[in-house]
Write a protein that binds this ligand. Structure first.
Ligand SMILES: C[S@@+](CC[C@H](N)C(=O)[O-])C[C@H]1O[C@@H](n2cnc3c(N)ncnc32)[C@H](O)[C@@H]1O
Length: 271
């Protein structure tokens, strides 16, 4: 295993934090060296200093992309923190149906990983609107920083084991069987989710219209407090009044330090 010096670790993790928000403390040293060992070998780097030089000189984006794909934690699963989906279905959607007069719903899954979260939202929306769906634009924006995981999300292939936590009607109505162990999301549902690469650390958010709903769950656990609060503020600015923000249960906000109104654990409203 290629070892990393104190300085090399500081330099690399400083770069990752300032560009992608991900905060890697000393305890993550083994994780960093373990995940990047083969990348160094493949790029003929004898040590992390050589890798860092390559990284900074990389105009093609190839090394940077490899770094992001290796360093991000993409752990997710269907129906994660399922009380959020219940609230979305029972409270948020009826409210939007009654108040969004132009029938253009704007929903963003930020840090969508391999797609379980946005596809679940698309299934809930499809079921909720039923025959009325044709009168609504309900496309979901799903973004992530890792193009490797976005590629996986777009394929929409999941093992039946991964799908085990989904309600039976979702499994029956929104997937086609590939083989005895794997299914794929049906095309009609895939068309409801627009996957894009987007770095949440970007200074400006390039969205023309404001969002009604933002899911950004289990992304900010890797950010420090300041970075997290800056992102929360950016979400606030690009959200419609009345909009709902869902964050991870371990990421809750200090109520005195946010303009959002607390609704229930890890759910907030812009008033
Ligand atoms: C643990 S997954 C969470 C997936 C899903 N939201 C959930 O709750 O299960 C975190 C995702 O955030 C993405 N991510 C981390 N930093 C990011 C950044 N700066 N911009 C956009 N996405 C980022 C990672 O690539 C990863 O796929």
């Amino acid at each position: 295993m290629v070892s990393i010096t104190e300085n090399e670790f500081k330099e690399l993790t400083g770069y990752i934090k300032s560009n992608y928000g991900i905060h890697l403390n000393d305890e993550k040293k083994n994780l960093v060296t373990g995940r990047l060992h083969n990348v160094l070998l493949e790029n003929n780097c004898r040590n992390f200093s050589e890798f860092f030089i390559l990284l900074k000189a990389d105009k093609s984006g190839r090394i940077v992309n490899t770094l992001i794909n290796k360093i991000t934690t993409n752990y997710t699963f269907f129906m994660r923190e399922s009380d959020h989906f219940t609230y979305f279905q029972d409270e948020v959607l009826p409210n939007l149906e009654n108040t969004v007069s132009d029938h253009d719903l704007r929903i963003w899954s930020a840090g969508c990983s391999s797609g379980e979260e946005p596809y679940t939202l698309a299934m809930i929306i499809d079921k909720y609107f039923g025959n009325k769906k044709n009168f609504w634009d309900t496309k979901i924006l799903a973004t992530d920083i890792s193009d490797g995981i976005l590629k996986k999300a777009k394929y929409g292939h999941y093992s039946k084991e991964q799908m085990g936590s989904l309600p039976i009607d979702f499994r029956m109505n929104y997937f086609n069987e590939i083989d005895s162990k794997n299914d794929v999301v049906i095309d009609r549902l895939k068309e409801e989710v627009i996957f894009r690469k987007f770095n949440l650390m970007s200074n400006s958010f390039p969205f023309k219209k404001k969002f009604h709903v933002i899911f950004c769950r289990n992304v900010m656990i890797y950010f420090d407090y300041k970075t997290k609060m800056e992102l929360i503020n950016k979400f606030y600015e690009c959200m419609d009044p009345g909009g709902t923000l869902f964050i991870g249960h371990s990421e809750s906000l200090n109520r005195e330090e946010t303009r959002y109104k607390y609704i229930m654990p890890a759910v907030y409203r812009k008033e």
